[in-house]
Design a protein around this ligand. Structure first.
Ligand code: G3P
Length: 218
């Protein structure tokens, strides 16, 4: 399972990269705004910086909601670097745009996916990745993880090549559950990935090992 970090913060991306476990980056307009990045030139420049920091895929989202606008924006984003993937919302015009990008060799990430039906549409349109939002489904008291199980099973049934990129991951347990479900990728903030480190027995065990060593070696 690949680990993507879900941020536009360069320091967080560097920290994730330094662990040696980073496979890519996802961003969205909210995350770009959080970093204070605005204006087309600055946005393109920021994506270029991120794409240069990692070997893996970097999702850059269009903000147009009409077919022509998405195509024009997507082409500009894809031209930044070979590892840029164009992120497109799951709306009617978005599915048309996904199909166009597929036909024209531009890789895509279909975002804002909240149902298996939407995931089928994304796969039929040839999306490289589909992004089901687990945490936001959990926020509504529905079971976000079930969507990952359903999509993984459906895609396996038909051999769809679209990769399941579990997004809106809020806990380390979500990451573990996604691995059990067979998600291809999880994307989450660095601190959620870091939650995987935590176990009190590791800390207690290390403290004892070092104390025993120091008894004899001072
Ligand atoms: O990539 C989608 C992700 O950023 C959404 O996460 O926590 O805002 O629901 P969240």
């Amino acid at each position: 399972m690949k680990f993507f970090v879900d941020t536009a913060n360069l320091e967080q991306i560097k920290q994730a990269f330094d662990y040696g476990i980073l496979d890519g980056v996802t961003t969205n307009p909210s995350l770009m705004a959080k970093e204070g990045i605005s204006g087309e030139a600055n946005i393109l420049e920021h994506y270029a910086k991120i794409a240069n920091m990692v070997d893996g895929d970097v999702s850059a989202e269009v903000i147009s909601t009409d077919f022509q606008g998405m195509i024009e924006e997507g082409q500009k984003l894809a031209a930044i670097a070979p590892n840029i993937v164009v992120k497109v919302p799951m709306i009617r015009e978005g599915v048309k745009a996904l199909s166009w990008f597929t036909a024209n060799g531009i890789r895509t990430n279909c975002t804002l996916v909240f149902s298996a039906g939407q995931a089928i549409l994304a796969a039929k349109a040839g999306a490289t990745y589909v992004s089901p939002f687990i945490g936001r489904i959990d926020d509504t008291t529905w079971a976000g993880m079930q969507l990952i199980y359903d999509i993984v099973e459906i895609y396996a049934n038909y051999g769809f090549a679209t990769e399941v990129l579990a997004a809106s991951i809020r806990t380390a347990n979500h990451i573990k559950e996604c691995a059990i479900a067979g998600a291809d990728v999880v994307t989450c903030p660095l601190k959620t990935i870091e939650g995987l480190f935590n176990h009190p027995l590791t800390d207690i065990g290390l403290e004892k090992f070092l104390a025993d060593y120091n008894k004899l070696n001072g």
